[in-house]
Design a protein. Sequence first.
Length: 281
Amino acid sequence: MSILVAGALHLDVVVRAAHLPALDETLTGQGVDYVFGGKGGNQAVAAARMGAQVSFVGRVGGDAFGAQLREGLVRTGVDISQLQADPGPSGMSTAIVTDTGEYGAVIVSAANLNIAVEPLSVPPGTRLILLQNEVPEAVNLALAGLAKADGAAVWLNAAPARTLSPELAACVDMLIVNRVEAGFYGDAFEQSRVLTTLGADGVMYREATYPAHRVDVHSTHGAGDVFVGALAAEVAGGAPVETAIGFAQAAAALHVSAPQAGRSTLSRKTVLRFLAAQPSP
């Protein structure tokens, strides 16, 4: 159940406030957390916590944020032999989380835009590679080509939305998007190759809708990445996508309902325990 994740690493500065500020408005915050993040990093960690053997391709700066990001991968058992070092700053973001659990964020990509393509490789035995759009397309295209040559499936979580080259699109076995991104890509992909996340409304895949679990929301920040990482871990482990969706939705539900300090305990065991406690349909 080996997975290669390539993508961005951001140190997220997460501030809690009553609401998102209006233009020129200054708010008094209620707390701040410094959180390991970036879509690539989040998905790699989520997949590792769900039991997958995960390798990571990315780049961090030579600053203190870079050291924290590196440690976040190592702590969850992710292989960082292809984690590159940059002399400049690491990627970061600032997010504001409201009392209702919604959020707005600004990212600064920094080192993530400098990933070198030439030394990249797909580890032997990799069953699935997971890509996103927070790094240059040249990185995604190079790894997708290597993966196809080795018989590995290529998944693209195409966020943020951007125009894809025909060469990359042709390599993608699964496109994962939210409803806004789905509108951007339109009918560029066959419906059977697209999984659309709908937030609290669930997931759509192959014209079937999978309702979300109902939980009290602490924060939705990072929920989509947890879903994608858990889904990839289950599929790499041999589960059909349709079965893996329910597992990944449970992982996301546990994530959004937990305070920041409690999210590091998320594991395959806690997800299975949560699913066992759910009433029969």
